[in-house]
Design a protein around this ligand. Sequence first.
Ligand code: SF4
Length: 241
Amino acid sequence: MITGANKIHHNAEEKTITVMTYKINELFETIQGEGSFTGQPSIFIRLQGCPVGCSWCDTKHTWDVELNDQVTPEEMLTKTEETTQWASFSVHDIFDLVREKGYRANHIVITGGEPCMVDLTPLCQLFEQEGYSTQIETSGTFEINTTEKCWVTVSPKIKMRGGYPILSSAMSRANEIKHPVATEQHVEELKSLLALHKVKDTAIYLQPISQKKRATELAIETCIANNWRLSVQVHKYIGIE
Ligand code: SF4
């Protein structure tokens, strides 16, 4: 696991506190377009780094963490297109930035990349203390370190190129499971996963991959047959990020 933690010492009291830094690719305010929070004004924090390797990934620019791609926070914030550039922020820098930008949404979505490669607890803790709700979106392939209150969306990425198995701990922590589907095989993979892992009273969403017609039809049919829910990436239909 990448911890992203730096220890600093305060000379007067010799007190050690841990300051987390996060590698951020994008930070923006929009409407959540997927799952239970669809329609909710949200501040998205997109972290850099993901080794999972989904072939249809629509954020491939977040995969690699190259030191050459590190830019200043100002440069990251003024990007006009998706790039591999990222900037390093402390927890408090992120919070101050959200305030400075005048964002009005009170829901934080931490996504990636694969955000669970780092401990998200300090980040979620600070926002929750300040009255925000928090949500993370993860592939279920890394241990989830976050607050108890944080809403966890597991989108299990099964048998992807990176070879990471789905963790039982991730499945049992999930508040919702959102599964991308395009073929019957994807549906069968989800059913096997649900049979294998203990899942609490968790909402199951199917999300058609890339808004393809056949994938959407399959998702609708399967949702009705299993009493699952449909998630259609509303943001892509209305042309927002
Ligand atoms: Fe892309 Fe998410 Fe898969 Fe990583 S886990 S490759 S970010 S879809």
